[in-house]
Design a protein around this ligand. Structure first.
Ligand SMILES: *[C@@H]1O[C@H](CO)[C@@H](O)[C@H](O)[C@H]1NC(C)=O
Ligand SMILES: *[C@@H]1O[C@H](CO)[C@@H](O)[C@H](O)[C@H]1NC(C)=O
Ligand SMILES: *[C@@H]1O[C@H](CO)[C@@H](O)[C@H](O)[C@H]1NC(C)=O
Ligand SMILES: *[C@@H]1O[C@H](CO)[C@@H](O)[C@H](O)[C@H]1NC(C)=O
Length: 485
């Protein structure tokens, strides 16, 4: 569903005091949380079984984090399995949203699920390692118990590391437990179950406990410091060009000592490249993407491999090859010019073209154009610290409206001028900090593109060509022969 952006922007805090506790009209009969640790991101899913303690209990205050904690980079709420749209953070300092649960009677129950992605919750420890050493991260949370505005009958938290090699983990007081507090089984820790936990937020007697876990990662911790995507629409060429300017950074442990290229070659030969070295990665492109390019500050980078995707229509055409009638994404394998060690940067540009018809639709009644542009090309466990998407519409586009699938930091409108433009093109720039794979969703832009605008380009081109022709005629009349005196 599309919502105007202003509805999605968080409200400003109303007062200076902390968020006041909601009426105690609910209890959580059970909460089950699973935390999946990664490199740059942490994925958390939490199931709440909620019971109304009075008729017409009002909206449920759902805490996304504790007081003073950062808002998760991504979060989504579903009630009874259906996503809830348009919920907003009530107060920045203790990120909480107000969720409508419907018209409940006393003792009626409902299930709610919360999905969250945290950015940079883990950091390398030790911060610097030698080239062949294993890489460990430490994950820290301020909240052992699930942050809550209501009392909870029973809750447990499972924390899953990517591998069983867990060096150490924190302890949990036995206040709300009957037997064990922390149990380790393979790569999973279970905290609790905790019984009869009072609300952890508002006026509370519970002291939240920090918890940490020191674990191994075998993949590089990839981040984009910045992503600048430009998406340029050409009605004239029926093309959408996407270009990404990327400042890639390896957020893993820094290299202690010097880098040995020989050791690196050997480890590649034995297919055991250490986790802190990033030597290649793959972008998944739309199935109809073509004409890819990849260059950095030095020039073209030849060490890339593009495999074009397919769509069912294309499969039908190539009847000789027996391919499944499926849509297959394109893939672009990119190999930076040098292996990227922890703390190193690599700045480069990739781009591709795709048919405009795949992303642009016309509304039949109004003739309005609806353009869908993905905010980013997602990658597993990726965090982009600062992302910018610039959508460049054709010259003459009017009545431009932007719909983002999530709240963004800013949207600005400007004019973009290039070669053969007369009035300049309408450009929309959207910025957002801390984005993840979950933000790889379409931004929608609607606009009018009148016939006069459609003719603007051909007329410009015609007049330029015509001008050149007249100039040529004029030049031919000039006598170039050197006057030999
Ligand atoms: C934990 O609490 C500290 C102090 O309030 C805060 O600076 C930090 O951002 C919190 N951590 C997270 C992950 O929110
Ligand atoms: C880069 O490669 C593309 C095709 O692979 C080519 O068309 C282009 O001219 C090259 N540019 C430079 C600067 O070498
Ligand atoms: C990485 O980039 C940052 C700024 O973007 C710069 O300060 C830092 O020196 C760079 N690091 C390396 C190893 O190039
Ligand atoms: C060009 O100029 C030269 C010298 O001024 C003259 O001899 C010659 O006839 C001219 N040619 C034409 C085509 O006018």
């Amino acid at each position: 569903m599309l919502l105007p952006t202003f509805l999605l922007l968080p409200f400003l805090p109303l007062g200076l005091g902390a968020l006041s506790p909601p009426p105690q009209t609910y209890i959580n009969t059970a909460i089950a949380r699973t935390v999946e640790l990664g490199g740059a991101t942490t994925h958390i899913t939490t199931q709440y079984n909620i019971k109304a303690t009075s008729d017409g209990p009002g909206e449920y205050h759902l805490a996304l984090a504790g007081e003073g904690d950062e808002e998760p980079a991504w979060w989504e709420v579903a009630v009874g399995g259906k996503p809830v749209e348009g919920v907003t953070i009530l107060d920045d300092r203790s990120p909480t949203v107000s969720v409508p649960l419907g018209d409940l009677k006393k003792d009626e129950t409902v299930t709610l699920s919360l999905t969250q992605v945290l950015a940079h919750a883990s950091s390398p420890l030790p911060a610097a390692i030698e080239q062949r050493e294993s890489q460990y991260l430490v994950w820290k949370t301020n909240s052992t118990y699930v942050d809550n505005w209501y009392p909870t009958d029973v809750e447990r938290v499972k924390i899953r590391a990517p591998h069983p090699s867990i060096l150490s983990y924190g302890s949990v007081p036995s206040t709300y437990t009957r037997d064990s507090t922390v149990t380790k089984s393979g790569a999973t820790l279970t905290l609790g179950p905790f019984h009869s936990v009072p609300p952890t937020l508002g006026k509370t007697e519970v002291k939240q406990q920090p918890f940490s876990l020191h674990y191994e990662v075998k993949e590089p911790v990839i981040g984009y410091k910045t992503l600048k995507r430009s998406a340029e629409v050409s009605h004239w060429g029926a093309n959408l060009n996407i270009q990404d300017d990327i400042a890639l950074v390896n957020n893993g442990a820094k290299l202690k000592g010097h880098f040995s290229r020989l050791a690196h070659q050997q480890s590649k030969y034995h297919a055991s490249v250490p986790a802190q070295i990033l030597s290649d990665f793959t972008l998944r492109l739309p199935p109809t993407a073509h004409s890819t390019y990849y260059y950095d500050t030095i020039g073209n980078v030849s060490t890339s491999h593009f495999r074009q995707g397919t769509t069912p229509a294309q499969n039908a055409k190539s009847s000789r090859v027996r391919t499944s009638p499926r849509t297959v994404e394109g893939t672009l394998e990119l190999r930076p010019r040098y292996p990227l060690l922890g703390g190193w940067n690599y700045t480069f540009t990739v781009g591709w073209d795709m048919p405009l018809g795949d992303v642009l639709k016309s509304e039949v009644e109004t003739g309005k154009k609806v353009l869908a542009v993905p905010f980013l090309t997602g990658m597993k466990d990726l965090v982009v610290d600062d992302a910018e998407l610039k959508i460049i519409l054709p010259e003459g586009a009017t009545d431009v409206q932007v719909f983002t699938p999530f709240p963004v930091d800013s949207i600005s409108h400007s004019t973009h001028k290039t070669y053969l433009d007369t009035t300049g093109r309408y450009a929309v720039t959207i910025k957002k900090a801390h984005i993840t794979e979950n933000h790889a969703q379409n931004v929608y832009v609607t606009y009018h593109y009148p016939l006069s605008a459609q003719l603007q380009k051909p007329i410009t081109v015609a007049s330029v060509v015509g001008g050149l022709f007249l100039l040529g005629m004029g030049l031919r009349r000039v006598n170039y022969s050197i006057d030999k005196k």
